[in-house]
Design a protein around this ligand. Structure first.
Ligand code: ATP
Length: 308
């Protein structure tokens, strides 16, 4: 990172939202967390963050999605990311952030994490901090399990809490349609429901270390949408649908309209559909005319990067 990336006193960084094409969840650990085995793909719905020197830490949020649920104080993950880089490089002044959101808020697509990742990169460039990608990864993992992936982008396997990443090989691109909704599902509530569903009756062996099904990685490597459709899985899917049964209707509509697969993205309530190659725009149009809020996007796309 160099000061040459600062134009008109500000730095603009773009980071992507994500879907989890595979998400296996281990049993709840004594500390309350779950280990996961995840395959993330970054998709073309983006967050843009502009960072400038400011008085104290302030943030403005606009977007093409409903941003009314986004906090504007220290609860905002981007503000916490700005403070974290400032602390790491010894900056004692303030930072002002402008966020333009394209990722649905509280939709299980990691929009807040993308804001945090973009802010880490932007503030590092703004302050000439010279923190390495590995150092930003560490700061990101402290902010949230999905932040390191928003820095990396592409397609990756995530283990541990989801933040121990290994890039995955992908041929070509996959087409997705995301159906968003305004009645959110909180991530802790969905994990709580998973634990509840698994506890009764407790006759299965414990899931110590979840792993990624090899078929998912083979389908991604081959660029084979049909094979990927058969391998997609999300352990949180039944829990999210149990809390919000209306999600089943959305999935049925998408499958009837020709989607290869339909599933809860992350902890929901966004439903992700895998479209046949060339079919995402038509699928999105069909779902919109049925009254749903549907966005077409392809993946993989790049992680957080400075824009001119
Ligand atoms: P997660 O799975 O981490 O809960 P998500 O992908 O479902 O996240 P986000 O849009 O990242 O959804 O935000 C979840 C919640 O985090 C929001 O309801 C909001 O209160 C809070 N939040 C904090 N910072 C941000 C931010 N920059 N953008 C959006 N939400 C934020």
């Amino acid at each position: 990172m160099t000061l040459s990336r600062v134009q008109d006193g500000r730095v603009r960084v773009r980071a992507p939202g994500k879907i989890n094409v595979f998400f296996a969840v281990g049993d709840v650990q004594p500390d309350g967390y779950h280990d996961v085995a995840s395959v993330y793909q970054a998709v073309g719905l983006f967050e843009d963050v502009w960072a400038t020197i400011g008085e104290g830490y302030t943030v403005e949020v606009t977007g093409t999605v409903d941003v009314s649920g986004v906090p504007l104080d220290d609860r905002n993950l981007a503000v916490r990311a700005a403070r974290s880089v400032a602390r790491a490089v010894g900056w004692e002044g303030g930072i002002h952030l402008e966020i333009h959101k394209g990722v649905p808020v509280a939709g299980g697509m990691g929009g807040g994490s993308a804001d945090a990742a973009a802010t880490l990169v932007a503030v590092n460039a703004l302050l000439g901090g010279n923190l390495s990608a590995a150092e930003l990864h560490v700061l990101g993992a402290e902010l949230g399990a999905d932040v390191p992936f928003a820095l990396l982008g592409g397609t990756a396997v995530g283990t541990g809490r989801g933040d121990e990443l290994a890039p995955a090989l992908v041929r070509g691109r996959f087409e997705w349609v995301l159906v968003t909704r305004t009645d959110g599902l909180s991530t802790p509530a969905v994990y709580g429901e998973l634990d509840r569903l698994r506890a009764a009756p407790d006759i299965r062996p414990p899931i110590a270390v979840p792993t990624v099904a090899p078929g998912v990685l083979a389908a991604l490597r081959a660029g084979d949408a049909l094979a990927l459709a058969g391998a997609i899985a999300n352990d949180l899917h039944p829990a999210a649908c149990s809390l919000l049964p209306a999600l089943n209707e959305v999935i049925d509509r998408g499958l009837t309209a020709g989607a290869l697969a339909g599933f809860v993205s992350g902890s929901g309530p966004t439903i992700a559909f895998l479209a046949a190659p060339g079919g995402a725009d038509a699928l999105a149009r069909t779902l919109r005319s049925a009254g749903f809020s549907a966005l077409a996007a392809h993946g993989p796309v790049a992680g957080a990067r400075v824009l001119a």
